[in-house]
Design a binder for this molecule. Structure first.
Ligand code: SAM
Length: 306
C-alpha cells in the first residue's frame, strides 16, 4: 500500500475530544488549546527528542513538576533553535491566513486529522471574511469523527465541514459551487510514499482559481547531495546527528526519519515536473522553516494555478 496512514490514528485524540466536548461552556478554541498542550508535551518531555535532555542538563533548563523543561529544541529558518516548550512551532496557519483575501471562497486542508488548523483559521478569519468556508479532507474515519464533533460546538459560527478523502483516489466533486479556493497540507503528504500527478491535476481542475501551500517534511528532497547519497545507498551508513544550537539543519539526517518510515520521497520531484509543464507555478520555498520535531522539520512550498 502506498500510504502510511495508521489504522488506529486519532483514537486517543477522539477520546479526548469527546470528553472535552462534555465540559460546560467548552469552545473549539479552548478545546484545541488544551489538545495542543498535549501535542507540545510529547516533544518537550523528550519522548520524540532525546537531545532536549542533553541541552536541558547543559543549559540548566528549569523542569516542570508535570514533566518536560521550560525550553525545547525546534527548527526555525533552517537552524536548530530553542523556544519556550509550551509553544507550538508550526507555521501553516499564519501562512494560509496570509493568502486569504475577499475573493477566496474556501480553504481546504487535505489530510486534516481532526481539523485543528481549520478551527484555528476560523478564529482568525471569520470576523473579516464571514462567507469563507472551511473544509477538512481526511482518510481516517476517526479523524473525521473528531473534527465533526468539535464542529458541533458553537453552532452559530461559520461551518467547518469534513469530507472523506484519499490522496490515492482524489476527487473534488464537492468543490463544484466554488470559484476560488486555497488548498493546504500539513505533514499529510508525508504519509504517502509516492504522490501521483493525478492529485495535482484534480486540484487545478477543481475550480477556476486555485492556490496551494504545502507544509511537509521535504527539505532534504531539495538537496542534491542528500538525494545522491540516497541513490547510492551511502545515507544508511551515516551515524549520529549533530544538533548545534544556531547551526544549520543537517538534511542527511532529516532524510532518515521519512526514509525509515517509508514516508514520502517524491513530492519535490513531482512539483518540479508540474512546474516545468506549466501546470502549476511554484512561488515560494522555505526550507526547514518550522515544525515541532527536529528529526522531521517542515518545509513550505506554495504554488498557484497559472
Ligand atoms: C501527521 S497527521 C497530520 C494531520 C493534520 N494535517 C495536522 O497537522 O494535524 C497525517 C494525516 O494524514 C492522513 N493521511 C495519511 N494518508 C492519507 C491518504 N492516503 N489520504 C488522506 N489522508 C491521509 C492521516 O490519516 C493523518 O490524519
Amino acid at each position: 500500500l502506498n500510504t502510511k496512514a495508521k489504522p488506529k490514528a486519532w483514537v486517543h485524540e477522539l477520546d479526548a475530544i469527546e470528553s472535552l466536548c462534555g465540559v460546560p461552556s467548552m469552545t473549539a478554541a479552548r478545546l484545541l488549546r488544551i489538545m495542543e498542550q498535549d501535542l507540545a508535551a510529547d516533544h518537550y518531555k523528550g519522548k520524540k527528542n532525546a537531545a532536549n535532555q542533553d541541552y536541558a542538563n547543559a543549559l540548566q533548563w528549569r523542569p516542570y513538576a508535570r514533566g518536560g523543561y521550560t525550553y525545547r529544541l525546534v527548527v526555525t529558518d533552517n537552524r536548530y533553535t530553542a523556544i519556550p516548550a509550551h509553544l507550538n512551532n508550526e507555521i501553516i496557519v499564519p501562512t494560509v491566513m496570509d493568502m486569504i483575501d475577499d475573493s477566496t471562497d474556501a480553504v481546504i486542508e487535505l489530510g486534516c486529522g481532526y481539523g485543528r488548523h481549520l478551527f484555528a483559521l476560523r478564529d482568525l478569519a471569520e470576523h473579516q471574511f464571514p462567507k469563507l468556508q472551511y473544509i477538512g479532507c481526511e482518510l481516517s474515519e476517526t479523524g473525521l469523527a473528531g473534527g465533526k464533533r468539535i464542529a458541533t460546538l458553537e453552532p452559530g459560527r461559520a461551518s467547518v465541514s469534513f469530507q472523506s478523502f484519499n490522496y490515492l483516489r482524489p476527487s473534488f466533486e464537492f468543490l463544484r459551487p466554488f470559484k476560488n479556493v486555497i488548498f493546504f497540507t500539513c505533514h499529510s503528504i508525508e504519509q504517502v510514499r509516492m504522490i501521483d500527478d493525478e492529485l495535482f491535476h484534480a486540484m487545478v481542475g477543481a475550480v477556476p482559481v486555485v492556490r496551494c501551500v504545502h507544509c511537509e517534511p521535504v527539505g532534504w528532497q531539495l538537496n542534491p547531495d542528500v538525494m545522491g547519497e540516497i541513490e547510492s545507498g551511502a545515507i544508511h551508513e551515516r551515524r549520529g546527528m549533530n544538533i548545534p544550537l544556531g547551526g544549520a539543519v543537517d538534511e542527511f539526517h532529516t532524510a532518515r526519519a521519512p526514509l525509515g518510515s517509508d514516508w514520502n520521497i517524491n513530492l519535490v520531484e513531482r512539483l518540479k515536473s508540474l512546474g516545468q509543464q506549466g501546470i502549476i507555478t511554484v512561488d515560494l520555498i522555505e526550507r526547514n522553516c518550522a515544525g515541532n520535531d527536529i528529526y522531521n522539520p517542515s518545509t513550505i512550498i506554495r504554488w498557484t494555478k497559472p
